[in-house]
Design a protein around this ligand. Structure first.
Ligand code: BES
Ligand code: MN
Ligand code: ZN
Length: 507
């Protein structure tokens, strides 16, 4: 999608539709005011007569607009001025673009950079506007014999009321567009059924990402023989009951001038279907366990975004992928597995497979001497009980890293919430038979899962995002959300900014 930024009188802009946000109270925003002046008070009159109610997310199409360059207006309610925060603006954006994509429009213009949202600057508003447009245009209809017509929107012009804001708006739009594309890839990988999206399919996606770029991405795929030779028995144990072979996928992006600069590493849980294994899950809703690779999907999506934005830091994406199935050869409760790190783990429930796949990946990446490591996983149902569907769970062995991620989540409006990783929880993993058990009973299931991972992540600053509640929606709107690509991208862009500030300057 194109997203030109312009600074002209909105009344003069020739577009198929001008999107105009309107508060319930107080004066019209500057762009709306200019449109109102040029159209014999079209907007003011609609409001006065009660023909448009600008409550939050309410939209109204005005099919023609006398005196304006725009062929149509789309009024979008922002609700009360005093209550307008990030969430409100994004709700209004989603409502606006949901209407836009149903109309036969190729190019629209929007004046959202006008909307006052706390301390948020023009770049931020441009970013969320582009993200929302991409979200609305997203379709997953490869398996529909007669798909609904695709949205036609090709160009979204952003109006700024001050020429000085143009570079900011352009930067924000560029980031928003790149994040939008990454989110779409993440959603598609998540939505694909388990009989298509297998560990081998994910490995192919990595190779495809690399092929689409000019050598900036190096991909390495470890197959089962390589994993055996390595001693990654924990990852292998997850897939041993499946006909689908497991894979460890490594994608290296070198953006820093120094190719040896310590990389930031993302590790995704890529269980392409989680039946629970011998500890079989109940049947109801089991189809949703095709989403158990959404952590991996977010690593792919973030890598795609990174390849578009080309930050000057080194980034490695790793995906631990397997299918968890019951079978005569499948791992059983009570079995003991020797991990890549050398620790023996007692498997107590084969449905706690994600941590087994991830622990070997966390050991594998020690070789990269990472500056930071973030793993992303649909790891525990308990994360949904604790946080519902709005916040991802965040646990970390490094408070600075945790704060950086919380901050990135706030800025990207893809928020996480910090849970404790205190030593007191670790004893829940004591085992009578092996070095440790891999589950810690019912209390604090999200925390004890992170405690397990922490035993394998002691060589670097590490954080874990449990996205079980945020990676997809159930019910009528069932589908992958694309989270937390926004958070991860922001985190990486912040690391680039930090590196620019602290790298010795070349003189
Ligand atoms: N993939 C699931 C976690 C999950 C459950 C995500 C529901 C989203 C919705 C994970 O592999 C799992 O089954 N975890 C178990 C762990 C338990 C056996 C300790 C869980 O949460 O019940
Ligand atoms: Mn499971
Ligand atoms: Zn799982």
């Amino acid at each position: 999608m194109e997203s030109p930024v312009i600074n002209v009188n909105p009344a003069k802009v020739e577009t198929a539709c001008m999107i105009v946000p309107v508060f319930k109270d107080g004066d019209l925003l500057p762009a709306a005011d200019k449109l109102d002046d040029a159209s014999e008070r079209l907007i003011g009159q609609l409001l006065d007569r009660g023909d448009f109610e600008p409550s939050l997310g309410n939209v109204q199409l005005i099919p023609f607009a006398p005196g304006l360059g725009a062929e149509r207006l789309l009024l979008v309610g922002l609700g009360e001025r005093a209550k307008c925060g990030e969430g409100q603006l994004i709700k209004a954006l989603d409502a606006a673009f949901a209407t836009i994509v149903k109309l036969p429009l190729d190019d629209v213009a929007a004046t959202f950079t006008d909307v006052p949202v706390g301390e948020r600057d023009t770049a931020w508003k441009a970013r969320v506007t582009l993200e929302a447009a991409h979200r609305a245009c997203y379709r997953f209809d490869d398996f529909k014999s007669q798909p609904a017509p695709a949205p036609r929107l090709k160009s979204l012009t952003l109006l700024v009321s001050d020429q000085d804001e143009t570079p900011q708006a352009e930067l924000g739009a560029r980031i928003g567009s790149a994040v939008g594309e990454g989110v779409s890839l993440t959603r598609t990988l998540g939505n694909l059924p388990g009989n298509v999206c297998t560990p081998r399919y994910l490995a192919e996606q990595a190779q495809k990402l690399a092929a689409d770029t000019d050598g900036t991405l190096d991909v390495e795929i470890l197959d089962e023989d390589a994993l055996k030779a390595l001693g990654a028995n924990a990852l292998l144990s997850v897939g041993q009951g499946s006909e689908e072979p497991s894979r460890l996928i490594i994608m290296q992006y070198r953006g820093a001038e120094d190719p040896d600069e310590a990389p930031h590493v993302l590790v995704g849980k890529g269980i392409t279907f989680d039946s629970g294994g011998i500890s079989l899950k109940p049947g109801a809703g089991m189809d949703e366990m095709k989403f158990d690779m959404c952590g991996a999907a977010s690593v792919f999506g973030t890598m795609k975004t990174v390849l578009a934005l080309k930050p000057k830091i080194n980034i490695i994406g790793v995906v631990a992928s397997a299918e968890n199935m019951p079978d005569g050869r499948a791992i059983k409760p009570g079995d003991i597995v020797k991990t890549l790190k050398g620790l023996n783990v007692e498997i107590l429930n084969t449905d706690a497979e994600g941590r087994m796949a991830l622990c070997d990946a966390l050991s594998y990446i020690e070789r990269f001497k990472p500056a930071s490591v973030v793993d992303i996983a649909t790891l525990t149902g308990a994360a949904i009980i604790a946080l519902g569907h709005h916040a991802s769970g965040l646990l970390s062995n490094d408070d600075d890293l945790a704060l950086d991620l919380l901050d990135a989540g706030e800025n990207a409006w893809d928020r996480a919430w910090h849970l404790p990783l205190w030593d007191e929880y670790q004893s829940q993993l004591d085992s009578n038979f092996a070095d440790l058990a891999h589950i810690g009973g019912r209390p604090a299931g999200t925390i004890t899962a992170a405690c397990f991972l922490s035993r394998f992540a002691d060589a670097y600053p590490w954080a874990h995002l449990d996205i079980a509640g945020t990676a997809w929606s159930s019910g009528e709107k069932k589908g992958a959300s694309g989270r937390p690509v926004g958070l991860l991208t922001q985190y990486l862009l912040d690391r680039e900014t930090e590196a620019n500030e602290t790298r010795p300057s070349v003189e």
